[in-house]
Design a protein around this ligand. Sequence first.
Ligand code: ATP
Ligand code: MG
Length: 332
Amino acid sequence: RPRVLSGIQPTADSFHLGNYLGALRQWVRLQDTHDTFYMVVDLHAITVEQDPKVLRERTRRSAAQLLALGVDPARSALFVQSQVPEHAQLSWVLECQTGFGEASRMTQFKDKAAKQGTDRASVGLFTYPVLQAADILLYQANEVPVGEDQRQHLELTRNLAQRFNNRYGKTFTVPEPHIVKDTAKIYDLQDPTAKMSKSSSTGNGLIELLEDPKKSAKKVRSAVTDTGREIVFDAENKPGVSNLLTILSALTDQPVAELQNAYEGKGYGDLKKGVGEAFVEWVTPVQERVRSYLDDVAELDKALALGAERAREVASVTLRNVYENIGFLPPA
Ligand code: ATP
Ligand code: MG
């Protein structure tokens, strides 16, 4: 089985519907076909300032949500990045293979630094893509699921792997992007031309998995729709209706064409009601599972410790090879 690795940051109290339909649902599905390594990337989270108590809480909440959504610890290594010290260790070695100019060209850093001001942006934010390369290369991952926003970082990872292999002998698998066919891009309910996102969506445009489902249904009912009254998928002219159809189709596994037929002659209000109901029905048991994982933190921490142990079995072998190939003494 090809190996795949992915991570998500513990930087919100709840994942949102875009995270699930655009990424986490594929994590769950990949378990059927791939050898899967999934992590909560707390090292990445501290590239911007975090409150320690909140970070710890969000790390557990993230793990609980992943479990509740269907990441299965019997099939996947599910772990917290900081509990596998090899990530930070490999990252240093890779930083020394990365050109300063090369790192400076990363557009995500440029965007984020421009927002924060270069003086306030941390060096960690600058080297973030190198840590990401370490995350991937430690596990000899064959594939990495990537959205458009991560393409440049994966390219850097591939370059670093090839460069290291050329200089020091074959050490890393060069990973390929895993393009997932049926990922949905979800848009803000209040501005269906903008991506739903935790940092830029306003409260009413964002559906959080752990918020009161009644509130979610209400947000859907007040979603911005379009002129006209026909329920047809037309991303250009009817972004609001199209977004709702995308969400409904993903939640019910019904093709958009079928939904269009089912809603023929009905109005926007009916569609919104349908989407709200489908979401509530889907999310209610998810929330129950999250709550039960968070009710027993000791058990949750134990599951994560086991996941970290599994991850380290692979990561420590890679790191040992790296240290040997680069000329360090054998482990003391
Ligand atoms: P930020 O605003 O801080 O970038 P975000 O809401 O975009 O946060 P991320 O943590 O960047 O969320 O993304 C986690 C995963 O969810 C990524 O794989 C990303 O591609 C995916 N994702 C995020 N938002 C959406 C969306 N609206 N539709 C589909 N996928 C999404
Ligand atoms: Mg994002």
